[in-house]
Design a protein around this ligand. Structure first.
Ligand code: ZN
Length: 259
């Protein structure tokens, strides 16, 4: 069967959110519409019919637009986590469920990726993953509800996707994340090279996403918590309890929260 042709476009929202729109010439799905207005503008401007919404977790900047979009089209299918706090979900999904967007001919597997929140899920196929606030370029989400063990396990799941998988995260936090990454992983040449590229992108007003799993494994300290150089850096900074990737992750996350 020929592969379905579709594009994925970032719809900027709030100050640094991206609402990803998966679309062909006629139909569209959106991921984490925190605000309905920019989505409706994009759909109007491009003459697209919205058929599906994918939700990764309960935070308002990812869910705030659901009710207005449903008011405009009661036929929408809204896929999201098994969390009753999120209103408007029409199909609650969990790990290993398959989400099918019929209008686009696309299917995504659901991954459970708790850590940032307990209800957090990601949607992935062979070519892309929508990972919400779990994995960012050169960083990861704050640990609001989970434990370090949980978060490391979730990040491992994402790191084990095929290396060419494109990573669609929800925020443009790349430069701030890179400043921290360079602090804890100063001798990483891939990181410096990527940082130069990202700075140029932002200077030109361009976005830094999507990234890909291969790049993130090379440059993202939160995917490199088993790296002896990062562990040594943390130990030399006084974190003597670092023995494994979980304690290293916990130390990195705490350090980043106050960076
Ligand atoms: Zn969030």
């Amino acid at each position: 069967m020929p592969k379905t042709q579709y594009n994925i476009t970032a719809i900027p929202a709030f100050t640094d959110n991206y609402i990803w729109c998966i679309h062909n010439q006629t139909h569209a799905a959106v991921v984490d519409p925190g605000d309905a207005l920019p989505v409706m503008e994009f759909l109007n401007n491009n003459k697209l019919i919205l058929t599906d919404i994918l939700i990764t977790h309960h935070h308002h900047d990812h869910t705030g637009g659901i009710s207005t979009l449903l008011d405009n089209n009661a036929e929408l299918t809204v896929f999201g986590p098994q969390n009753e706090r999120i209103k408007g979900i029409t199909q609650r999904v969990a790990e290993n469920d398959v989400v099918t967007i019929d209008s686009l001919g696309i299917a995504y597997s659901v991954l459970s990726v708790p850590g940032h929140t307990l209800d957090h899920i990601a949607f992935s196929n062979d070519t892309e993953v929508f990972c919400g606030d779990t994995l960012f370029s050169a960083g990861c989400g704050r640990m609001f509800e989970g434990t370090p063990e949980m978060f490391v396990h979730s990040l491992d799941k994402l790191a084990n996707l095929p290396e060419e998988t494109k990573v669609f995260c929800t925020h443009e936090y790349t430069l701030a994340n890179l400043a921290f990454a360079k602090h804890v992983d100063a001798s990483n040449n891939d990181l410096h090279e990527y940082a130069n590229w990202a700075e140029r992108q932002r200077e030109e007003g361009l976005i830094t996403l999507p990234s890909d799993i291969k790049t993130q494994k090379l440059i993202n300290p939160f995917l490199r918590a088993n790296d002896p150089k990062i562990q040594s850096f943390l130990q030399a900074s006084g974190n003597l309890s670092i023995q494994d990737s979980v304690s290293c992750f916990a130390s990195l996350r705490a350090l980043k929260d106050n960076f």
